[in-house]
Ligand binder design. Structure first.
Ligand code: ADP
Ligand code: 5GP
Length: 216
């Protein structure tokens, strides 16, 4: 199943996805391409495929990206091969524009939106991370309000107040969608379907929104 996780910059997407990956070795994280420069500590091929604009548009022309978008002044895109090769759960940590394109192309994709408990906490998290200049932080916070407006497009909305709670909530959502528990071991490609036949079966069912944000 394709699992999309979006939310404003600084809400905790990276932190939540990292915890989900640590707890569930069966999940695969889709590594995006971007024209953004690597932050300190980021590694090419692990965090992103850091590429220049020429290479990015070469991929666009070759239809090698499942979706792409211009976010915070840089290009980002999901390699199509990340979605077609993997038979297991693939987690995409992408923006709202990309999430819409994925849903149009893969209607069974599960879309989860992470909300901050409030805007003050979001600001503190983003500034506290300290990876952006003040100008860039302002740009991201301005965009955050627009992104939050888009949350109703998502299948589930989860407030990232406490990491442990959020990770467990997302695991429950995935299990509900699969109608099966998440397998603990990393499955081999061959045995994966046999070991848990329902786990990768797309489900067509009405998804109830977990609209846990205050005032919604
Ligand atoms: P994003 O990937 O959405 O931009 P990050 O995962 O980088 O956000 O998180 C931004 C900052 O907020 C980081 O310093 C991270 O440690 C912190 N953070 C994330 N989730 C929580 C949480 N539930 N409670 C407190 N701090 C958090
Ligand atoms: P950051 O620069 O903080 O890593 O990411 C900025 C924004 O780009 C985040 O909202 C992140 O989810 C989004 N993003 C990362 N990869 C992709 C991608 O492949 N496609 C799209 N559409 N957005 C992405």
């Amino acid at each position: 199943m394709i699992i999309v996780i979006s939310g404003p910059s600084g809400v905790g997407k990276g932190t939540v996805v990292q915890k989900l990956m640590e707890k569930n070795p069966c999940f695969v994280r889709s590594i995006s391409c971007t024209t953004r420069k690597p932050r300190e500590g980021e590694k090419n091929g692990r965090d992103y495929h850091f590429i220049d604009e020429d290479k990015f548009f070469e991929l666009v022309q070759k239809n090698a990206l499942a979706e792409f978008a211009f976010v915070h002044g840089c290009h980002y895109g999901t390699p199509l091969k990340n979605l077609t090769k993997e038979k297991t759960d693939v987690i995409l940590q992408i923006d709202v524009q990309g999430a819409k394109k994925i849903k149009n192309r893969f209607p069974e994709a599960l879309l989860i939106f992470l909300l901050p408990p409030n805007m003050e906490i979001l600001t503190n998290r983003l500034t506290g991370r300290g990876t952006e200049t003040e100008e860039e932080q302002k740009r991201r916070l301005k965009r955050a309000k627009e992104e939050i407006e888009e949350r109703t497009f998502y299948d589930y909305i989860v407030v990232n107040d406490n990491i442990k709670r959020v990770v467990s909530k997302i695991e429950k959502i995935i299990e509900k969608e699969h109608e099966a528990p998440i397998p603990h071991a990393k499955p081999t490609k061959k045995t994966q379907q046999e070991a848990n036949p329902t786990h990768s079966t797309p489900v067509r069912q009405h998804r109830h929104k977990l609209n846990t944000y205050p005032n919604t």
